[in-house]
Design a protein around this ligand. Structure first.
Ligand code: SF4
Length: 254
């Protein structure tokens, strides 16, 4: 799946009756979840008001707790907290943490950061501290893994065209080994792409069952094969959400 130069919609997988909640980015920038459809039948929503205030407090408390666990009550702990805040603003801009989306028990402030609360986010925060302690240490925060060469579509802009629909080369054990190695490098978020990753739903479900406790797993897809049944399987296995590329549309059929 090529994700550049495309308009994308972010879907946080939520319920079985309506397979997913949608956070759409219609601004042309695909880096952040911008909107979230309200659904009165579920608890998925953009966190606002008093709940947002409390959520941010909880998040900060967890951060402070992790910092204190590592550095104790010390000047260094205070300096680390300041530096983390400064780095966060450098990377995500001054509006970071202003908009949060709640879905399936987790809260998301940025597409490329793990949900809160989660083991993945805890590991991510610990890694940010590692980075401050040893800036030269190479750690990945997230990775994109193309799990298949197969795709049923023929997008004009596909930059993988020469390699698409070749023989599949990665078995499930291969994928599993790659994910284990990526975890060793420190990733806390895994984005599965292809080809069309939803052609390997079974393998994604297996990966999610094995690794979703320590990794946030997302699927980058054209939506092909995104049936309600498959989405439910992914959701039940622990996949966080999907980024759906809207490459073409037919006027009158949108
Ligand atoms: S042909 Fe398939 S892999 Fe290529 S851009 Fe389109 S959906 Fe993605």
């Amino acid at each position: 799946m090529s994700v550049n130069e495309q308009q994308e919609a972010t879907m946080v997988i939520e319920t079985n009756e309506r397979p997913y909640a949608v956070s759409e980015d219609t601004s042309g920038s695909s880096s952040n979840a911008q909107f979230h459809r309200e659904d009165s039948q579920s608890n998925r929503h953009q966190v606002q008001g008093w709940n947002l205030f409390l959520l941010k407090r909880k998040f900060r408390l967890q951060l402070v707790k992790l910092v204190l666990q590592r550095y104790g009550f010390s000047r260094q702990a205070v300096a680390v907290l300041r530096n983390l805040k400064r780095k966060n603003i450098q990377i995500h801009g001054p509006t970071a943490f202003r908009k949060w989306v709640h879905a399936s028990g987790k809260n998301y402030f940025y597409l490329y950061a793990a949900g809160f609360p989660s083991m993945a986010l805890q590991r991510m925060l610990q890694q940010e501290m590692d980075r401050l302690d040893q800036p030269e240490t190479l750690q990945l925060r997230f990775a994109f893994l193309a799990i298949t060469k197969k795709c049923a579509l023929r997008c004009e802009h596909c930059f993988k065209w020469d390699n698409i629909n070749q023989k599949e080369v990665l078995s499930y054990p291969d994928l599993r080994n790659i994910v284990l190695k990526l975890i060793d490098t420190g990733i806390t978020q895994l984005h599965l792409s292809g080809g069309e990753p939803l052609l390997r739903v079974k393998e994604i479900v297996q990966l999610a069952k094995e690794f979703s406790a320590i990794l946030d797993i997302w699927v980058l897809t054209s939506g092909f094969n995104g049936t309600a049944e498959n989405i439910s399987l992914l959701k039940d296995a622990g996949v966080c959400g999907m980024v759906v590329s809207l490459d073409h549309y037919l006027p009158g059929r949108t």
